[in-house]
Design a binder for this molecule. Structure first.
Ligand code: FAD
Ligand code: SIN
Length: 521
């Protein structure tokens, strides 16, 4: 089956939905979601969205904090664009119906998180992302020009390669014509042709054993873009959130928002001693790379599985009003956060790198844009400042939409695009082979390419991964296509990229910490 649309949006999180709403007056929009429209990392976001709202905060301070957290590896122009456009994008979210918490005075209540020199996090209790997702998806569902296809798994971007041409990474005129997508309900593979395509597929946390990311976050967008020969950047910078709830077996790991540390919660070792003063003057509110490494070190010293986050001294009123989701979740496993300390561990949380984009969300592939976590705009540098991710999606989906609406006027649908080639795929793969390989990839990445790396660990990771890569390619070429085998393949692609990017960076900086290349040497 073939479909034709003007704008194809792969992903229904904040990045995809904002873009869709903004281009919909210029053509027919189709959104693909791997599961359901609201099953996104956006929906999980707790802390909030950073933006400059009132003095004494100002744009320069937010710019400075972002660059300091990013260890100066940020693209300063992009940081400036993001921060100076933050207020406008927030106003728009509010006009669309998003509620952020207010103080009695009527002013927005602004929380503080690691690396921020001012209180600047707009939030809706501790479920800000869900509030934003709900608002956007309501608008989407009522839009006559937008169609959403749930349970559609995007397999590969269509480029000249699928028309039989040779496409290598040096070719400058690669174009995107749409995607091949698997309808998960029927098993059919559809050809979806688009004039403009937006990649908004979110993160890749499931390349690690422990992650806060939803199950679907298998790096599909990065892997598809890599296979299509797009430029990628900064994939070595994987952000581990310092405080996910220690609850073995739970997937994804439940996040304990940094805003709880912003409200005064203290990290303690199993003996109940605070330890952050050994690591950074900013204590619990140092940037995430520093706090996650500090916890990692404490765990290595003590041999324990977790440290504690102590919120008992915060008033019960504050805990129940600002953090009701965390309160209820912890209570459901027998932890009353007003009386008990919370066991926490770092978990893979965010990919600072991704598909390289310019100021208008354009990738190196013609008519392919990217926004949200899958993209690398240059905002985050070597480490993302807390709550800058939702903001980045809002700013760059807006910019990408404006650019796309001009661009689409000059684009025609590709012709003679063949349907998916399923030749030679005769066997139904054994699921056990796939689940086992996935576990092996996650274990390689967690053991050798985690918070602390070394040259030997990276080399070992690559050698181990190569075996699984070869086995999986062989299986993929023979098997009837399923989401499970595609996801495994994507995870392997992404793991390979993270390792290679990490090997190429010869100095520890931000989130990339290699004991053989200490910082500053
Ligand atoms: P998502 O919201 O993840 O959406 C991705 C979409 O892509 C989904 O619809 C999915 O179905 C679709 N998709 C993926 N692959 C395919 C495929 N192959 N085919 C079809 N569809 C596909 N950031 C902040 O700024 N503030 C916070 O407070 C905050 N808290 C967070 C808390 C948690 C627990 C997590 C996990 C993240 C948090 N983040 C936060 C990060 C932030 O939520 C994400 O980076 C951001 O929401 C990503 O938005 P997105 O639109 O790029 O992707
Ligand atoms: C959190 O609430 O701690 C997550 C914020 C973020 O990832 O930016």
């Amino acid at each position: 089956m073939q479909r034709k649309v003007d704008f194809l949006v792969i992903g229904s999180g904040m990045a995809g939905l904002i873009y869709a709403l903004k281009v919909a007056d210029s053509g027919k929009v189709l959104i693909l979601s791997k599961t359901t429209i609201d099953d996104t990392a956006t929906s999980y976001a707790q802390g909030g969205i950073a933006a400059v709202m009132y003095s004494p905060d100002n744009y320069e301070k937010h710019i400075r904090d972002t660059i300091k957290a990013g260890a100066g590896l940020n693209d300063e122009e992009i940081v400036r664009i993001t921060v100076t456009e933050s207020t406008g994008r927030i106003k728009e979210l509010i006009e669309w119906g998003t509620h952020f918490d207010k103080e009695k005075s009527g002013k927005y209540s602004l929380a503080k998180e690691g690396g921020h020199s001012e209180n600047r996090i707009l939030h809706h209790k501790d479920n800000t992302g869900y509030e934003i997702q709900k608002t956007l998806s309501h608008k989407i569902k009522n839009h006559p020009n937008i169609q959403v296809l749930e349970n559609y798994f995007s397999i590969d971007l269509i480029t000249q390669h699928h028309l039989g041409e040779k496409v290598n990474r040096h070719r400058k005129d690669i174009e995107c014509y749409g995607v091949y997508a698997l309808n998960r309900d029927t098993g059919d593979i559809e050809t979806i042709l688009s004039k403009i395509t937006l990649l908004a597929t979110g993160g890749l946390g499931n390349v690690y054993q422990t992650t806060t990311n939803p199950i679907f976050a298998t790096g599909d967008g990065v892997a598809m873009a890599y296979r299509a020969k797009a430029h990628l950047e900064n994939l070595e910078f994987i952000q581990f959130h310092p405080t996910s709830l220690y609850n073995p077996g739970e997937k994804p790991s439940f996040l304990i928002t940094e805003a709880l540390r912003g409200a005064g919660a203290i990290l303690k070792n199993r003996k109940g001693e605070p330890f952050m003063k050994k690591y950074d003057d900013r204590l619990e509110l140092a940037p995430r790379d520093i706090v996650a490494r500090a916890i990692d070190n404490e765990l290595k010293l003590s041999g324990e599985d977790y440290v504690y986050l102590d919120a008992r001294h915060i008033s019960a009123n504050e805990l129940l009003n600002h953090f009701p989701t965390i309160y209820a979740k912890c209570l459901s496993i027998g932890i009353d956060i007003t009386k008990d300390m919370i066991p926490v561990v770092p978990a893979a949380h965010y990919s600072c790198g991704g598909v390289k984009t310019d100021q208008n969300g354009r990738t190196s592939i013609k008519n392919l844009y990217a926004s949200g976590e899958v993209a690398c705009t240059g905002l985050h540098g070597a480490n993302r400042l807390a709550s800058n991710s939702l903001l980045e999606s809002a700013v760059f989906s807006h910019r990408a939409a404006i650019d796309s609406k001009e661009n689409v006027k000059n684009v025609r649908h590709a012709i003679n695009v063949p349907d998916w080639n399923a030749e030679g795929t005769i066997m139904n793969e054994e699921l056990i082979l796939i689940t086992q390989s996935k576990k092996e990839v996650q274990s390689i990445m967690s053991n050798y390419v985690g918070i602390v790396r070394s040259d030997l660990r990276l080399k070992r990771a690559l050698t181990r991964l190569e075996i699984i890569y070869k086995e999986t390619e062989d299986l993929y070429n023979k098997s009837v296509l399923t989401q499970a085998i595609c996801e495994l393949r994507n995870l392997i692609n992404v793991a390979y990229l993270i390792i290679r990017f990490a090997q190429q960076r010869k100095k520890s900086i931000g989130l990339h910490y290699n004991i053989d290349h200490p910082p500053g040497v």
